[in-house]
Design a protein around this ligand. Structure first.
Ligand code: ATP
Ligand SMILES: Nc1nc2c(ncn2[C@@H]2O[C@H](COP(=O)(O)O)[C@@H](O)[C@H]2O)c(=O)[nH]1
Length: 185
């Protein structure tokens, strides 16, 4: 691990491949710690509570916010998402690097509260390829895909706000580039 562990945010449009790249990276480097977000979204087939997300209802999410338990939060395509604060703080206090996989709204909140954070933008090779990936994943109905693509236009326009851009053409290559940014191996 790097001598200067820090918080890294990985952001980018829905379907660009954030989870795929992070999963590939963590297969080879399980020591890379990824925050598990809370969400009101329903689990997709194969997603496990406490592993992929903490799946909560709207009341529980409200309580997390009211109790100050979220480092950041956002509404994305009709669902709520947030980063549990305690686990992140604990890791940083121990001097261990932290990775958040969150949307643009969350990235902006982190930049505000933790200006030292490293913000990484994952970009698609092209718009058409992004649409292919999001549609091809087969996890959302067309109306949700449309919502996510509308958000993607906003997210792509915000790319200059990020410290670094990685283009996800090859999962293996981008995972290696992200590892380097995290200061691992
Ligand atoms: N480099 C790549 N080349 C081709 N397909 C890819 C690549 N990276 C990811 N994919 C595919 O694109 C789809 C979307 O990937 P993934 O679910 O990881 O995106 P995401 O950015 O995490 O999306 P979301 O923000 O909606 O959670 C998946 O079907 C995945 O297999
Ligand atoms: N602001 C936050 N955004 C988050 C968080 N966890 C995930 N996300 C982002 O939401 C969208 C949609 O995710 P999906 O799993 O429903 O496809 C995607 O951009 C995620 O990165 C969070 O804690 N805060």
């Amino acid at each position: 691990m790097s001598e200067r562990p820090r918080l890294t945010v990985l952001s980018g449009p829905s379907g660009v491949g954030k989870s795929t790249v992070v999963a590939h990276m963590r297969q080879q480097h399980p020591e890379v710690w990824l925050s598990v977000s809370a969400t009101t979204r329903h689990p997709r087939p194969g997603e496990k509570d406490g592993v992929h997300y903490h799946f909560v209802d709207n009341d529980e999410f409200e309580k997390l916010i009211a109790n100050g338990e979220l480092l950041e939060s956002a509404v994305f395509a009709g669902n709520r998402y947030g980063t549990p604060r305690a686990a992140v703080q604990e890791k940083l206090e121990r001097g261990e690097p932290v990775l958040l996989e969150i949307d643009l709204q969350g990235a902006r909140q982190v930049r505000e509260s933790m200006p030292e954070a490293q913000l990484v933008f994952l970009a698609p090779p092209s718009w058409d390829e992004l649409v292919r990936r999001l549609t091809g994943r087969g996890t959302e109905a067309q109306d949700v895909i449309d919502q996510r693509l509308a958000a993607a236009r906003v997210e792509l326009a915000a790319e200059p706000e990020f410290d670094t851009t990685l283009v996800n053409t090859s999962v293996e290559q981008v995972a290696a580039e992200l590892l380097a940014l995290l200061g691992v191996a």
